[in-house]
Design a protein around this ligand. Structure first.
Ligand code: ADP
Ligand code: ZN
Length: 790
């Protein structure tokens, strides 16, 4: 006899479970499709699973007894075919367990919990029943154990009678907060309602609306008791629906009128629209100088995708900072736009996702997590600021959103537009070698020249007594404030002082869990570790020698605050970094204040450099251009060039030319020189030479393997094992790889773990990855594998 069999992956991250298991699909779920989440019994426990495929087979051919799927959790598969394909690719390319890749697509990592809370639905419990006397009316929900104690053997009965809801199960099915609605069942006769004017009122509402949130009835004076009485007569019933928490980020100041495209914009829109019509994959680099109006190109192309009956995905690096793009899109497309990013609540995510499923929203704007949605007929993907390192996820799966987006475009047969003023070296290389198409916007919309950038050599800056803001910058700020213009200052480090040191014995205050010194945050008067988040009260004496003279060295954004207060007491200045924007929407508020002339000087970390388009910003000060240049990554030069261009690009976007002062200790460095001249081509030529010489991407690919352990020697030994594995592997590989000896990470201890790495270079890793997959070393140990590390 043939039966429907489902291949199910258990939603638990465990090396042992990185495979599928077969289950019989019972008759009542016969129409279930691949991609559906389900409930199965596994090793004696109820587990959530994801059905990866459905086949017809004879259950007797298996050498073990197949179990049945207990329940299905979705009416429509959670995973579309494209989503499953993308998950398979992520797991294979980034070498993570398949379930980890699949989890990227889920809103609740695990829908089904083994512990439940029970919500008590008092309205459903008949007055005077034995259950109503069991517990206090003020109780709304109970933990599993308490519920078992109180309801005992009646627990199941109470669930069947809808006196209780299993909250966890409910939230996994609906995944969103629910609220009570009253729904029409049958038409009452006038005599049925004769004695209650409130019930008549309710009938009047239900006649037209059919279903109403109970919450809304309160305003009309219809109480819970009325609702209950009405339902008890059988004319209506109470149902639970996901709460509507659909939310837009809007900025009331902008009203979107589409613009008349410039000639360059027009050509770009035209070319991309033609690619949309072709419905096939093609990569495009839209290289447009800052202020050239890339946003308008994205918008018009998205509009074209919509007109062709499709949807469009716009990825931005940090959505809370791209106010202007999001609000512009929202003002033009209204409800057709939906947002997806990590700061949304689960309910908001669920509801926004539901809008996409229902086809109500066809333009999706979001950070990298927006890639994992059930798009309908995707016709365009845009990756704005494609070089941005925030597209890379720091934890497993360590994917790069830009590259996953490319794969999604391939799966969806649509073009992908990578936008940037300063493309990553890899992307520009691909464009120049014809792998992707190059479209350029060479002029700013208002033809304002790019800002004038002046290099200030900090090496001779003795007269300024170690201040962050140099004399010329101070003078420029004075002029800016006099002319009622605004300024942005960038310093790439938070806090007030980056090192505390005892001036007597030289003791340095370090994080107890990491191999880094504490950063002093003056506003909170705390020492903070920027790696693990540990905080500590600043000491008044040295714990080693007892001396009370403790010196604060180094600098951070809080130090600018102090200097500005001293130099410009009348100016309204505001810090803009992770510390000052930790609350929801606070970044938004600060940017709006800056836009509305309530702030004169905005200063902070690289957050100040992101694509804001704020009028009247004429001055930009980059306080230490070198801070990123010294970072231990092959991308340091590229990231420095990009940050300088981005930040400078905030100045003079209107009709007046902006002025930028670039403070540096390396004025002759090719990155600083070319960035100051805004000469991307020259920078590219130099950088691509270095990459070629040193064997870095785009010429060779990178893969980093990191071992970690509480014990330093254990981590080293493990790394040595891998080193030997690689030596052996290389003998078998067609495409040979080269690799370093094991080395401690620049910060070799974080959160009490030691990190020892090996960096591998090669033209491709296909064979190597296969060897790694089949090796017990990687099966049995927790090892970090970072494909395309940054
Ligand atoms: P980019 O992202 O390339 O730096 P933006 O998209 O932010 O540039 O555009 C820069 C400014 O030019 C914005 O204020 C935008 O509203 C304006 N703009 C863009 N295109 C046009 C146009 N065709 N006509 C008028 N203003 C435009
Ligand atoms: Zn720490």
């Amino acid at each position: 006899m043939r039966t429907i069999i489902a291949e199910v992956i258990i939603n638990r991250v465990s090396k042992r479970l990185n495979k599928t298991f077969s289950y019989i699909v019972p008759e009542k779920f016969a129409s279930v499709k691949a991609g559906t989440r389900c409930l199965v019994s596994f090793a004696g426990k109820h587990e959530e699973g994801i059905i990866l495929s459905i086949t017809d087979a004879d259950p007797d051919q298996f050498d073990y007894k197949l179990q049945y799927i207990l329940d299905v959790m979705d009416t429509e598969p959670w995973f579309t075919e494209q989503m499953l394909l993308l998950a398979y690719w992520i797991a294979a390319y980034y070498m993570c367990p398949l379930i980890e890749a699949l989890r990227l697509f889920l809103i609740d990592k695990v829908g089904i919990q083994r512990e439940y809370t029970y919500e008590i639905l008092w309205d459903n419990i008949p007055a005077g029943s034995e259950f109503s006397s069991l517990i206090d009316h003020s109780v709304k929900s109970l933990h599993e154990k308490d519920a078992e104690l109180i309801f005992g053997g009646h627990l199941k009965e109470c669930l069947d009678q809808s006196y209780l809801i299993r909250r966890e199960l409910l939230s996994s099915v609906h995944a969103a907060p629910v609220e009570r609605w009253i729904e029409f069942v049958s038409t009452p006769k006038e005599s049925d309602l004769i004695r209650s004017s409130k019930q008549k009122l309710l009938w009047g509402l239900l006649k037209t609306e059919k279903a109403i949130p109970v919450r809304n009835l309160k305003e009309q004076g219809i109480s819970d008791a009325v609702v209950r009485a009405y339902c008890n007569k059988g004319f209506a019933k109470v149902i639970y629906k996901a709460k509507d928490t659909y939310s837009l980020i809007t900025d009331s100041n902008t009203r979107g009128n589409e613009k008349n495209p410039t000639e360059e914009q027009f050509n770009a829109i035209n070319e991309i629209s033609k690619l949309i019509d072709k419905s096939s994959y093609e990569g495009v680099l839209l290289k447009g100088v800052t202020g050239s109006g890339k946003t308008e190109v994205y918008l018009q192309c998205a509009k074209h995708a919509l007109e062709k009956g499709g949807s469009a995905l716009i990825l931005v690096p940090e959505i809370s900072l791209t106010n202007q793009l999001t609000s512009y899109f929202a003002s033009v497309f209204g409800d057709d736009v939906v947002f997806m990013h990590s700061k949304l609540s689960k309910g908001e995510k669920y509801n926004n996702r539901q809008r996409i499923v229902n086809g109500e929203s066809r333009i999706i704007i979001g950070s990298r997590s927006a890639l994992f949605l059930p798009f309908k007929n995707l016709k365009l993907i845009v990756v704005d600021e494609e070089y941005d390192s925030s597209y890379k996820q720091g934890e497993s799966p360590r994917y790069n959103g830009r590259d996953v987006a490319k794969m999604m475009a391939k799966i969806s047969n649509c073009p992908i537009v990578l936008g940037a003023a300063t493309p990553s070296i890899a992307t520009y290389y691909a464009a120049l070698s014809g792998k992707i198409r190059l479209i350029e916007l060479k002029h700013r919309v208002f033809n304002t020249p790019l800002p004038k950038i002046l290099i200030y050599d900090m090496r001779g800056d003795y007269s300024n007594s170690g201040r962050l803001i140099s004399m010329p910058l101070r003078e420029l700020l004075e002029k800016t404030l006099e002319n009622k213009r605004k300024a942005i200052l960038l310093l790439n480090k938070r806090g007030f002082a980056s090192t505390l040191i005892c001036s007597s014995c030289g003791y340095v205050f370090k994080c107890p869990n990491c191999d880094v010194s504490f950063v002093y945050h003056k506003e909170e008067n705390l020492l903070k570790c920027h790696y693990c988040g540990t905080t500590s009260i600043p000491p008044y004496k040295c714990p080693k020698c007892g001396n009370r003279k403790i010196r604060y060295l180094g600098w951070g954004t809080e130090l600018i605050e102090k200097e500005l207060k001293e130099d410009f007491p009348q100016a309204r200045s505001q810090r803009f970094d992770l510390d000052s924007t930790s609350r929801k929407n606070s970044a938004q508020r600060i940017l709006n204040d800056f836009k509305n002339d309530k702030i004169d000087i905005l200063f902070g970390t690289q957050m100040v450099a992101k694509g804001h388009d704020i009028p009247n910003v004429n001055t930009v000060g980059i306080l230490s251009a070198d801070s990123i240049l010294n970072m231990p990554t092959y991308l340091a030069a590229e990231q420095t060039f990009n940050l300088i261009t981005q930040c400078a690009g905030r100045a003079g976007r209107g009709k007046e030319r902006g002025e930028v002062i670039l403070q540096t200790y390396n004025p002759e460095h090719y990155v600083i020189e070319t960035a100051a001249r805004q000469d991307y081509e020259k920078f590219y030529e130099q950088e691509v030479e270095f990459r070629k010489m040193l064997g870095y991407p785009p010429f060779l690919k990178l893969l980093k393997i990191t071992c970690f352990n509480k014990d330093y020697n254990t981590a080293v030994n493990q790394a040595n094992t891998i080193y030997r594995f690689l030596c052996e592997a290389n003998k078998k590989l067609k495409a040979k790889v080269s690799f370093t000896e094991p080395f401690p990470e620049p910060i070799k201890r974080v959160r009490n773990l030691y990190f020892i790495s090996i960096l591998i270079k090669g033209s491709n890793f296909v064979d190597l990855k296969n060897l790694m997959r089949n090796s017990v070393i990687f099966k049995e140990n927790d090892i970090i594998i970072d494909v395309d590390p940054i």
